[in-house]
Design a protein around this ligand. Structure first.
Ligand SMILES: [Zn+2]
Length: 263
């Protein structure tokens, strides 16, 4: 008898899931709508207006704090595109992997509003929004700084030269870990898992493990050297030796010790 009760219970949950999902699919609007606030224009499709309002409010609430943390320079209005499905996100951005978000220059980013109806393990979409916004802030700072070294009147030449320098010299570990830190993307289990792999910063430039452990690099860094070190580290393209006066190996050792103690 007990076995049947469990079966009925499970079938009930599945039925509720499909019922709610169907309701959502019928009531959500598929045409694109926009919400304009002081610093953002949020364009959304396939999610509720109330959800888009949450994105807009959350971005505005965190706008000043993140920009102050990283010492951002004057920043134009940012266009935000939110999609209700991975399929629509991929179609709009041309990306093929299971990426949840992407920044397009300092003034535009796109992301998927993940939930239990469109992904197996949904991320917190409000954190994804802050993560991509933080990429825009990093780019804004780097582009402003690059105007000192890339001297040209032509915008396209400047963009090409900047992309080349950024792609070759700005380390992925820094790019991702700063965004994860500002968005508070950290999960104890994922950190424990990645920690056991004993990865160096260099290895994290080529590994997806950065998405498990990135937060803790900046957590360690700001606890030990203070948060004013972050803008300096961005400006130096992640040069540990020059910014922190320790070797990269020493830094990694300290970070691992910090992980052992805290996670
Ligand atoms: Zn990222």
């Amino acid at each position: 008898m007990k076995k049947y009760r469990l079966l009925v219970f499970l079938l009930g949950i599945i039925a509720v899931f499909y019922f709610v999902r169907t309701i959502r699919n019928y009531t959500v609007k598929q045409e694109t709508r926009t919400i304009k606030s002081e610093h953002f224009i949020v364009s959304y499709t396939g999610i509720y207006k109330s959800e888009a309002e949450k994105v807009s409010n959350h971005l505005e609430e965190n706008y000043s704090k993140i920009r102050e943390n990283l010492k951002d320079v004057p920043h134009d209005l940012i266009k935000v595109f939110v999609y209700g499905s991975q399929y629509k996100f991929n179609a709009a951005t041309g990306l093929e992997e299971n990426t949840k978000g992407t920044s397009r220059g300092p003034n535009e980013f796109h992301f998927v509003w993940t939930n239990w109806f469109n992904s197996i393990f949904p991320d917190d979409p409000l954190k994804t929004a802050l993560h991509e916004f933080t990429h825009c802030v990093q780019l804004n700072i780097l582009i402003y700084k690059a105007k000192d070294s890339i001297i040209t009147q032509d915008r396209l030449t400047f963009e090409r030269e900047f992309d080349k320098k950024f792609g070759a010299e700005y380390p992925l570990w820094l790019w991702e870990s700063i965004s994860m830190f500002e968005a508070k993307e950290v999960n104890r289990l994922s950190v424990k898992y990645a920690k056991n792999k004993n990865l160096t910063l260099e290895e994290l430039n080529k590994s997806n493990q950065i998405y498990n452990i990135g937060y803790t690099i900046i957590e360690y860094l700001t606890q030990k050297w203070g948060k004013d070190i972050l803008p300096k580290l961005i400006a130096s393209f992640g040069n540990i030796e020059k910014t922190l006066n320790v070797s990269t190996e020493e830094f990694e050792k300290g970070w691992i010790a910090f992980l052992e103690e805290k996670y």
